[in-house]
Design a protein around this ligand. Structure first.
Ligand SMILES: N[C@@H](CCC(=O)N[C@@H](CS)C(=O)NCC(=O)O)C(=O)O
Length: 223
């Protein structure tokens, strides 16, 4: 059985969990707070980042959400998520990189720092200016996703792909932390409402991160 080291609001771990859920791969969760830099975890991943996934019987350790997702994409046939023509696969990878790097840097990372880490690690108040900037960035980036979904059924093309999974994972964390204003984003809202109803998403939405409470609509498919 796979063992996934993660914490509930890690967007990269959510991306791996959504892919595993879609592909029907079973796993156990281990709660790991990377900022605590526990020796036992650093022995497994010297970089100290989540997600990490381990299979003891097969002696496999996989690190980095993209490496993990590509591993399962190559080894589990069910529900291909990086498929189609070479050009189509390049488009999926472009969008995954944009979400994991740019959306994360501009929106999710500052929200995690201001609304989660400052509360439970540093015990200091959030910086209102940084929060407003992250929400402005979310708005700009969601305008681009609206544009994509006006022209395509899914973010990267005609079928659901890893780009959708990565985007839903990051947006779900930003939404939990109150960083998304859904007004004016009907295409993304419709797409995300569909995601929220998927069996792979339900277990993630019911989890909570300590004392941090999501907005009341967070779990509802109609919001
Ligand atoms: N490129 C990596 C990024 C992983 C990453 O940055 N994870 C964050 C948590 S969401 C982390 O472990 N940060 C270190 C820390 O919080 O101390 C991936 O895709 O797995």
């Amino acid at each position: 059985m796979w063992r996934l080291y993660q914490f509930p609001l890690c967007p990269f771990s959510r991306k791996v969990r959504l892919l595993m859920g879609e592909k029907g791969i079973a796993y156990d969760l281990v709660n790991e707070a990377p900022w605590e830099r526990q020796d036992a975890f650093l022995d497994i991943n010297p970089a100290g980042t989540t997600p990490v996934i381990v299979e003891d019987e097969k002696n496999i350790v996989l690190i980095d959400s993209q490496a993990i997702c590509e591993y399962f994409e190559e080894t589990v046939e069910k529900m291909p998520l990086v498929s189609g023509s070479a050009g189509g696969r390049a488009e999926i990878r472009r969008l995954v990189a944009w979400i994991d790097q740019i959306f994360y840097r501009d929106v999710v990372a500052p929200l995690i720092e201001e609304r989660m880490k400052k509360r439970i690690v540093h015990r200091t108040p959030p910086d209102g200016g940084k929060l407003r900037e992250a929400m402005r960035n979310a708005n700009t980036h969601m305008d681009y996703m609206d544009y994509l979904l006006d022209h395509r059924s899914w973010l990267a093309g005609g079928t659901m792909s890893l780009a959708d999974i990565a985007a839903a994972a990051h947006i779900s964390v930003a939404d939990y932390l109150g960083g998304i204003d859904w007004a004016g984003h009907e295409p993304v809202k419709r797409w995300y409402a569909g995601f929220k109803s998927r069996p792979s998403f339900r277990p993630l939405l019911s989890e909570r991160m300590g004392a941090i409470v999501p907005p009341p609509y967070y779990e509802k498919p109609d919001f």
